[in-house]
Design a protein around this ligand. Structure first.
Ligand code: HSE
Length: 395
């Protein structure tokens, strides 16, 4: 009998409890023996829940129980979650988590502890929710030098943008709905301001480019600046507006990374990823482009990835392959403003130089998409123009 413990029984934790109960026969087949959820650490009142008999309020009970070989962390944040994950690893237990903040900010340290303890720290659910992504990247694509990553990695903002653009719903109303559906972070500003997507691109960069990328180094913009006027121009020009998290290898061993709302052609695959769905496009030097698509947030998709990680810790045993990356190498990071891009620009007034040829007008506003250029050259070109919005164009 394999035994696991759950830390936190909210939206995702509740999903884990459901899967471990309802899919017990499949789990047993996969693990080779029965799998039991022995404890649930939860401070809230759970007396009316079917799993009430498993609830404990003291982490030390889990930490000191040698029968528990894996702990699933669903608390979130880097406070108590960090402390308990570290203690679990030091107690010789594997840990699985969906906590992207924890992995993006403390992953390097925690992975080293896991390696020293010969246990596993697995976090498939931290990027892309239920989409199989990190394991294919680190296993199936391991023969490649990864050249670029670009993705819609935040379900809440993709849901909001889809609702705003396709149904004319306001940002606040769409966010309230996303919260009701269990997609949003405890503090939804982390979704809307791009912070959640930032943490996810840092994890992808860490895994694919091999050195730690601290989130504070990555230029990040959320979706608050996206307006219905921009959505209308985008539509007329054949673009969708998506919050994209991007990273790409530059000359030598260097790379760039950023998070920003971007114009992307409606004829592209990513341009057609709507609602809560996520998609990540990965280009490897041998395989070419691969697209990973699926439910990026929500109770059951996220729990699906976490339970699979739990099973994986049982299957692997000690001493097999570890996921890992090295310490930060700041000299590798290229600021995205130093990489040419095409830009969408909207301004107050009619079509005029320097955009006269490629520009369209709607009411009192005009908009155009530029040729590839550095941000500094764009700013120089726009001097004296009353600019209303500027977004990158993803080619
Ligand atoms: N708030 C996150 C999202 C949850 O909307 O994508 C999944 O990481």
């Amino acid at each position: 009998m394999k035994k696991a413990a759950l830390l936190g029984c909210g939206i995702v934790g509740g999903g884990i409890a459901i899967i471990m109960n309802e899919n017990a026969a499949y789990l047993e087949k996969s693990a080779g023996e029965p799998v039991e959820l022995k404890y649930i650490l939860e401070l809230r009142d759970c007396s009316d829940q079917p799993w009430a008999d498993k609830v404990v309020k003291d982490f030390a009970i889990i930490e000191n129980d040698p029968e528990v070989s894996v702990v699933a962390e669903c608390i979130g944040g880097v406070g108590v979650a960090y402390e308990f994950v570290k203690r679990a690893l030091l107690a010789g237990k594997s840990v699985v988590t969906c906590n992207k903040q924890l992995i993006a900010e403390r992953g390097l340290e925690l992975l080293e502890i896991a390696k020293a303890q010969k246990v596993f720290l697995l976090f498939e659910a931290s990027v892309g929710g239920g989409i199989p992504l990190l394991r294919p990247l680190t296993n199936c694509l391991s023969a490649n030098r990864i050249e670029s990553l670009r993705g819609i990695v935040n379900g809440t903002t993709n849901y909001i943008l889809t609702q705003m653009i396709q149904c004319g719903v306001s940002l606040d109303a769409a966010l309230a709905e996303a919260q009701k559906l269990g997609y949003a972070e405890a503090n939804p500003a982390a979704d809307v301001d791009g912070i959640d997507a930032l943490r996810k691109i840092c994890i992808l960069v860490d895994l694919c480019f091999g050195s730690n990328l601290p989130p504070e180094k990555v230029p990040t913009e959320g979706i608050r600046a996206v307006t219905t006027e921009d959505a209308q121009f985008a539509d007329r020009m054949g673009y969708a507006i998506k919050l994209l998290a991007c990273a790409a290898r530059q000359d030598g061993d260097r790379f760039t990374a950023y998070v920003a709302p971007q114009f992307i052609k409606t004829t592209s695959l990513l341009g057609n990823v709507n609602g809560v769905m996520n998609a990540v496009s990965v280009t490897g030097n041998a395989v070419g482009e691969c697209l990973f698509y699926g439910a990026g947030a929500g109770r059951m998709p996220t729990a699906s990835a976490m339970v699979a990680d739990i099973l994986d810790t049982f299957r692997r045993g000690n001493g097999k392959k570890f996921i890992n990356w090295g310490p930060e190498r700041p000299e590798r990071f290229v600021h995205p403003d130093d990489v040419p891009s095409r830009w969408y620009v909207r301004w107050s007034g009619s079509c005029s130089a320097p955009f006269a040829a490629a520009c369209i007008t709607e009411g009192t506003h005009s908009a155009a998409v530029t040729e590839p250029m550095l941000r500094s050259a764009l700013d120089e070109m726009l001097r004296g123009v009353e600019i209303l919005s500027v977004f990158r164009v993803c080619d």
